[in-house]
Design a protein around this ligand. Structure first.
Ligand SMILES: [Zn+2]
Length: 306
């Protein structure tokens, strides 16, 4: 039997938003069962925004939530850490419009969760179990979600760059697998895109300390943390966006050259059609070790870049 969780104690961090450059303090606080993951804008009288597909806002370079005109940006790395670690209920108190980017990965959030500890609550965990497939495509980009007894993702990227090329990551999502395989993979951008993005009012908080910057030939601020750090980061983003389902998933997700827009479209279409899923408290079948750290979690960490 699986029970809902929250964190043991409050923890906090601060930093700047990647796109807004606005300094921000983020505090994670324990929450009771059935709260879900709930942002509270402490600069706006604790205005609450649920981390849920119904609140997805425009998505270009980061995932944003919007409720009654109140925006909250760049949720994906924080949500990826919470969702992978099985934190069902938490208040995310934030005093600005955008989650801090920190080092561009989810590792600082994992460290925060380590400080916070996990607390089991006396309410059964509910899963969203997919029973019929759903696919969304846009040109040659696509994403699909399929019935499965556990939460598994497969993510394929293809960028015409000597250090990237085709990279594919597949994993059974768990706290252990996320921590060892994805959490440290950082955001990246291409140096040729920096001026256009700045001109659009984006990446005002971007720096060589919080994003890998790729030049035409190589990387401006190496070394990379993994040879296939780009594919790993996209898988991290994917999990963070899938967290907007609002419940732990029992499903297999495959993303092919997808991005935030397609990820969140999939979530919205899934939630809009209850014939595609059921909500169950049934324990998922576990094929790996209890904490999910088995070596078999990564099936194909392949890189075509070498
Ligand atoms: Zn990202």
């Amino acid at each position: 039997m699986s029970y809902q969780t929250t964190i043991q104690v409050g923890v906090e961090t601060c930093g700047v938003g990647l796109h807004t450059g606005v300094p921000c303090r983020l505090r994670l606080m324990p929450a009771p069962a059935d709260t879900g993951i709930l942002f509270r804008r402490t600069d706006l009288d604790d205005f609450q925004i649920e981390a849920h597909g119904r609140n997805v806002a425009r998505v270009s370079y980061a995932t944003s939530l919007m409720k009654q005109g109140v925006l909250l940006s760049t949720t994906e790395h924080l949500l990826a850490a919470l969702y992978s670690c099985g934190i069902d209920n938490v208040y995310l108190d934030i005093d600005a419009i955008e989650v801090p980017i920190l080092d561009g990965s989810a590792e600082p959030f994992i460290k925060l969760l380590d400080q916070a500890g996990t607390k089991r609550l006396r309410r059964k965990r509910r899963y969203l179990k997919v029973v019929k497939p759903l696919e969304v495509a846009e040109g040659d980009r696509r994403i699909g979600i399929y019935p499965a007894d556990e939460f598994r993702v497969r993510c394929f990227v293809d960028y015409p760059h000597p250090l990237v090329g085709q990279q594919e990551i597949e994993l059974l999502v768990s706290g252990g697998a996320f921590r060892s395989l994805l959490a440290r993979a950082r955001t990246f951008c291409f140096s040729r895109d920096i001026q256009p993005l700045r001109a659009m009012g984006l990446i005002r908080g971007g720096s060589l300390e919080n994003a890998i910057v790729l030049t035409d030939e190589g990387v401006m601020n190496g070394p990379l943390r993994f040879k296939d750090e780009f594919g790993r980061h996209k898988a991290l983003d994917l999990i963070g966006d899938l967290a907007l389902v609002g419940l732990p998933l029992l499903a297999r997700v495959e993303a092919y050259k997808a991005g935030h827009a397609l990820h969140t479209q999939l979530v919205s279409k899934l939630l809009a059609d209850p014939s595609l899923w059921t909500v169950t408290t049934e324990e998922p079948r576990r094929l790996s070790t209890a904490d999910g750290t088995a070596g078999s979690d990564v099936l194909t960490p392949a890189s075509a870049a070498d």
